[in-house]
Design a protein around this ligand. Structure first.
Ligand code: XIL
Length: 317
C-alpha cells in the first residue's frame, strides 16, 4: 500500500512526525506502529527542549532525547533537533537569571555545544532558534531579546555555536504564522537576508504551519517560496490543520484540500526539504489544550482511522 513517506520519497523529500519516549515505550503501540510505517523523519515533541535537557545550569538530562535518537537510528529515521533557543519551555534559571550579554552568551554557547555535540552526526537538521519574532516581524519579548537588545546578536551567537558543534547539520530558524505574506514573514526574510550577508550560518527557514481548516492563505505557496529562496532551504516543520471539534464531514473534506495545498507548496520547490506533521492522531494533539474548542487537526482520528486528510497529503506529494 502507499504510505506518506513513500509518496514523499518519490518526490525526493521526507515525511516527518513527532515522537517521545511515552510513544516509543508506552502502552499505545498503535502510535509507534504508524510512525514506523508511514514516516521517515522524526522530531522529539518535548524531549530536546531546554527545560527537558538542561534543567539546571550545565546540568544535563539526556535520557529522553537519547531514547528518541536511538529509536530513530535503529529504525532508519533522520532527526530534526527541536529546539535550542526558545522563550518557551525555558527553565527559570535561564528565563529569570540576571544576565549580562557575555554571561548569557556563555550560557547559549554551552547549551548549544553540549546538546548538539552529544548528537553530532545523528541529527540532520536543528531548529537553532524558535519563535523569535512578534507578529509584526520585530523582536518577540524574551530574556534573549531583552539582554541582547534585539535579535541579531543572540541569533548570531546561537548559529555560530551550532555550526561549530556539528558542521554537517542543516541549521534552521523556525517560526509560526509564516503562512501568508505578512509582517512576520517579512521580518523573517529581512533578518535572514541581513545575517546571511554578514556570514551567519543560517541554512534553512522552518515554517511551522499550524493552519486552520478553510483559512489557508492564497499566498501560502508564494510565501514559502520566498522563505526558501532567502535561506537556501526550507521545510514545513509542524504542520497541522485545526477545525472546530468535532470536525464535520464537510470540514474534513476541506481539511483534505488544505493538506494538499500545504504539502504541494513544499513539493513544487526544489529546495523544500520535506514536511513534518505535528502528531499522528487527534487524540494526542497539542491543539485542544491550547485552542479552546478546536482540534481534529491531524491525518488520523482519535480511533486511528485515516481521515480524508491522509489522502490529501498523498495528493500533495
Ligand atoms: C508543543 C507540544 O506539542 C506540547 O506537548 C507541549 O506541551 C507544548 O509544546 N510550537 C512549537 C512546538 O515549536 O514545540 C510546540 O509543541 C507547538 C508549537
Amino acid at each position: 500500500a502507499q504510505t506518506l513517506k513513500g509518496a514523499a520519497n518519490a518526490n525526493g523529500r521526507y515525511m516527518g512526525t513527532i515522537t517521545d519516549p511515552a510513544y516509543i515505550n508506552g502502552s499505545d503501540r498503535t502510535y509507534n506502529t504508524i510512525a514506523l510505517q508511514e514516516f521517515d523523519y522524526i522530531t522529539a515533541e518535548n524531549s530536546m527542549k531546554w527545560d527537558a535537557i538542561e534543567p539546571s545550569n550545565n546540568g544535563f538530562s539526556f535520557n529522553n532525547a537519547d531514547t528518541v535518537v536511538n529509536w530513530a537510528q535503529q529504525n532508519g529515521f533522520k532527526v530534526r533537533g527541536h529546539t535550542l533557543v526558545w522563550h518557551s519551555q525555558l527553565p527559570s534559571w535561564v528565563a529569570n537569571g540576571s544576565w549580562s550579554k557575555s554571561s548569557l552568551t556563555a550560557v547559549i554557547q554551552n547549551h548549544v555545544a553540549k546538546v548538539m555535540g552529544r548528537y553530532k552526526g545523528k541529527i540532520a537538521q536543528w531548529d537553532v532558534v524558535n519563535e523569535i519574532f512578534d507578529e509584526n516581524g520585530g523582536a518577540r519579548d524574551s530574556v534573549f531579546s531583552r539582554v541582547f537588545g534585539g535579535l541579531d546578536e543572540f541569533v548570531t551567537v546561537a548559529f555560530n555555536a551550532a555550526r561549530a558543534a556539528d558542521p554537517d547539520a542543516i541549521l534552521c530558524i523556525n517560526d509560526y504564522n509564516l503562512d501568508y505574506n505578512g509582517g512576520k514573514a517579512n521580518g523573517m526574510i529581512s533578518l535572514v537576508r541581513r545575517l546571511k550577508a554578514n556570514g551567519v550560518p543560517i541554512d534553512c527557514i522552518g515554517s511551522q504551519a499550524h493552519l486552520v481548516v478553510g483559512s489557508v492563505s492564497s499566498s501560502f505557496g508564494s510565501t514559502l517560496s520566498s522563505l526558501c529562496s532567502t535561506a537556501g532551504k526550507c521545510a514545513l516543520t509542524e504542520l497541522d490543520i485545526r477545525a472546530r471539534t468535532p470536525i464535520s464531514s464537510s470540514a474534513a473534506q476541506q481539511q483534505k484540500t488544505d493538506y494538499t495545498t500545504a504539502v504541494r507548496a513544499c513539493a513544487v520547490l526544489n529546495n523544500c526539504l520535506g514536511v513534518t506533521v505535528w502528531g499522528i492522531t487527534d487524540s494526542r494533539s497539542w491543539i485542544p489544550g491550547v485552542f479552546s474548542g478546536e482540534g481534529d487537526a491531524l491525518p488520523w482520528n482519535s480511533s486511528y482511522q485515516k481521515k480524508p486528510a491522509y489522502d490529501g497529503i498523498l495528493a500533495g506529494w
